[in-house]
Ligand binder design. Structure first.
Ligand SMILES: [Zn+2]
Length: 328
């Protein structure tokens, strides 16, 4: 039996998303997921970093809520279900239906209001990516935005509000995602979170020095807290291009990064995600219909069905269950 294939980071077009149940120009839609044997997708309510003033925060909060409502409604289509717990996801998979999940990307959408974290979880979101590109009120980003006035490091990791946000995420059972977060911020979140953290779309700087990757010390921190690093399909994170050339990468590069992480911290702390429709797509895995390429490459390198299942969903589900068990 095929394992549960859960892609933990997929962007959507916004505003005016196309009907996802039809063939679209997006890299992920329901027909492409079905063609690629994909069981579940975490669609992202993404908010670009903007000015940290009342108007910017209000606009970001509204956008995130509207996107979460839209993603939730995707699970009303025949043959699909919106899932907000691991049990619901596994029941959906057992029934042969396609699971729709949601998450928020960029704590900017919280503004200064911790109560928004509970509101997102109540709408079914499963994680918050604490920053995007550019610092926010919670944490420093791995990629500051000088155009927004960012210094290299503003908070020295997490701000006091960021620490309160992590505590609130722990309380309501929203997973802490440290993709995009600075190294100091990620290490601080790992240390202070009562439950394991995730890095949902990243790569290994040991193989490709890119600010969006994580280094071996960060991998070690993930293992220490029982968390997970999901290697993603963004070419620039995977392979440094020759001077002046666009980044290009392949399925083999993704699996190289996965294997680096596996060797460093163990298979149970590693996974994979596409970041489709948000910058992800590599040779051999250009859209959701080509998803079997990842398992095929893992199998070619000697990984068995059980290990592939852990990498595609089992490890993430373990972390998610720990997050929910620690809530309250
Ligand atoms: Zn991202």
């Amino acid at each position: 039996m095929n394992p549960l294939i859960l892609d933990t980071h997929i962007d959507i077009r916004w505003p005016e998303p196309p009907d996802w149940t039809t063939h679209t120009r997006q890299l992920v839609d329901l027909p492409k997921m079905q063609a690629g044997g994909m069981s579940a997708a975490v669609f992202i309510a993404y908010v670009q970093q903007g000015k940290r003033d009342a108007a910017g925060h209000a606009q970001a909060a509204d956008r995130a809520m509207a996107m979460l409502a839209h993603i939730r409604a995707r699970g009303d289509a025949p043959g699909t279900r919106f899932c907000a717990t691991p049990d619901a996801l596994e029941a959906c998979f057992a029934a042969g239906e396609t699971a729709v999940l949601s998450a928020v990307e960029n704590g900017y959408a919280m503004g200064l209001e911790l109560a928004r974290i509970d509101a997102w979880r109540r709408l079914g979101a499963i994680y918050l990516t604490v920053t995007h590109d550019g610092h926010n009120a919670l944490a420093d980003s791995a990629r500051p935005k000088p155009a927004l006035g960012d210094s290299v490091a503003e908070h020295g990791g997490l701000s006091a509000l960021g620490e309160a946000a992590v505590a609130e995420m722990n309380r309501v059972g929203l997973m802490v995602d440290c993709a995009h977060v600075s190294k100091a911020g990620m290490l601080r979140a790992a240390a202070m979170s009562r439950v394991p953290i995730a890095v949902t779309h990243t790569a290994c700087t040991a193989l490709c020095p890119h600010p969006r990757g994580i280094d071996d010390e960060q991998l070690d921190a993930i293992r220490a807290v029982g968390g997970i690093a999901q290697i993603t399909a963004v070419p620039a994170f995977l392979r440094t291009p020759p001077q002046g050339q666009p980044a290009q990468a392949s399925v083999a590069d993704i699996v190289d990064h996965m294997e680096h992480a596996i060797r460093r911290i163990g298979l149970e702390h590693v996974g994979v995600s596409s970041d489709f429709d948000g910058g992800g797509a590599v040779q051999g895995w250009k859209d959701a219909s080509e998803t079997p390429a990842i398992a095929a490459e893992l199998a070619r390198r000697g990984y068995g069905a059980r290990e592939i299942g852990l990498l595609w969903s089992g490890n993430f589900l373990r972390v998610w269950r720990a997050v929910l068990a620690g809530a309250g």
